[in-house]
Unconditional design. Structure first.
Lengths: 112, 112
């Protein structure tokens, strides 16, 4: 009964490759997010979607492209991976009017 | 811009004792939400407690309580009767306009 799930949990890849991370929530929420946690544990918002519409895009390189096929899914595609993209990526969801965000388990991305 | 400051990179506490983690934030808003999240070694982000700024009463969840001082923009977390399972990174977060702004975290060690 996982509320917010992400796949894969671990991703090891070479520089220059393209990869995707998938996120699904079964909470019935209408808003989903991507956060990045760097090697110093600092968490920062990347994107937010509400009912499949992009509402937050925080100074993220164009190599990162989120896609929301429906309000239960928010995927993150990364082109031309760089060493600095190595991090843990968290998906989260919330419901408009309810301020709490619920997080997925995270995806640890390592770019070699 | 909203900022969140956690001035204690690391804290330690003896099992069964009480510990307080500090958090201050900067905002010009009057209506907002504050959160404490826990991140154990499993890396899952777990909501510990939340506080609505318009409520003067401090939030409490079992052994966890906050001391919310709106004028001072302070939001500390008190953990009573500390348990080994409380060992984790603790993040203070501020929410406004759909995104969470996190502090840099406090690593809590619980000594048996």
């Amino acid at each position: 009964d996982t509320a917010v799930s992400q796949t894969p949990k671990y991703l090891v890849t070479q520089m220059g490759n393209d990869k995707s991370i998938k996120c699904e929530q079964n909470l019935g929420h209408d808003t989903m997010y991507w956060y990045k946690q760097d090697s110093k544990k600092f968490l920062k918002i990347m994107f937010s979607y509400n009912n499949k519409e992009l509402i937050i895009n925080e100074t993220v390189p164009n190599r990162f492209s989120p896609k929301s096929p429906d309000k239960a899914h928010l995927n993150l595609h990364i082109n031309s991976l760089e060493l600095g993209d190595s991090a843990v990526y968290f998906c989260a969801s919330s419901q408009t009017g309810e301020e709490t965000q619920y997080f997925g388990p995270g995806t640890r991305l390592l770019v070699l | 811009a909203q900022t969140v400051t956690q001035s204690q990179p690391e804290m330690s506490v003896q099992e069964a004792e009480t510990v307080t983690l500090s958090c201050t934030y900067d905002t010009s808003e009057s209506d907002y939400y504050l959160f404490w999240y826990k991140q154990p070694p499993s890396r899952q982000m777990i909501l510990v407690i939340r506080q609505e700024a318009y409520k003067q009463q401090n939030a409490t969840e079992n052994r966890f309580s906050v001391n919310f001082q709106k004028a001072a923009k302070s939001f500390s977390l008190k953990i009573s009767d500390s348990q080994l399972g409380d060992a984790a990174m603790y993040f203070c977060a501020y929410r406004r306009s759909e995104k969470l702004v996190f502090g840099k975290g406090t690593k809590l060690t619980v000594n048996p």
